[in-house]
Design a protein around this ligand. Structure first.
Ligand code: FES
Ligand code: FES
Length: 171
């Protein structure tokens, strides 16, 4: 069936088997291979992208469910010549080793910082009504859906804290 997605600011027409996941539509039909397939089961976060500003696992949703949606992949956040603040911070803090999880980590962190700014509490927030602070515990909890097999976690947290303007020290 046919559908149109707005991907990284451009309307992209697709003719897909209705069973095609959004992840496969991006990688196999639009050649946007920055988004990675790790588990294909919603467990690793490698396929995280933004849909209408919210982070989702693109392996767990069908492309046909997103007619007209505004989709941002890692290619839409920045380029090697003009990196987003988080991309630059991942480089500065050495936040990756093999790099396979990195696009998902950065997409997830991009939306997560917006969630903090909007005041959304998490499972580890002590006061559900107060503005959450960007502590290591908050970042770890909020990024827990993104697995890194290289265990670059300390550096990923440092990169996120730098961009998010962490309110406690040790960045
Ligand atoms: S590939 Fe989607 S969560 Fe692992
Ligand atoms: S940098 Fe290798 S999986 Fe995260």
């Amino acid at each position: 069936m046919t559908l149109t997605l707005t991907v990284n600011g451009q309307d992209r027409a697709l003719d897909l088997d209705p069973r095609t996941s959004l992840l496969d539509a991006l990688r196999d039909h639009l050649d946007l291979t920055g988004t990675k397939k790790g588990c294909d089961h919603g467990q690793c976060g490698a396929c995280t992208i933004l849909v209408n500003g919210r982070r989702i696992n693109s392996c767990l949703t069908l492309a046909v469910m997103h007619e007209g949606d505004d989709i941002t992949t890692i290619e839409g956040l920045g380029t090697p010549e003009a990196m987003s603040p988080l991309q630059a911070a991942f480089v500065t803090h050495d936040g990756y080793q093999c790099g396979y999880c990195t696009p998902g980590q950065i997409c997830s962190a991009t939306a997560m910082l917006g969630e903090i700014e909007a005041g959304w509490p998490s499972h580890v927030s002590e006061d559900l009504l107060a503005d959450p602070e960007l502590t290591e515990a908050e970042i770890s909890e909020r990024m827990s859906g993104n697995i890194c097999r290289c265990s670059a976690y300390p550096n990923i947290v440092d990169a996120i804290r730098q961009v998010g303007g962490s309110r406690d020290d040790a960045v």
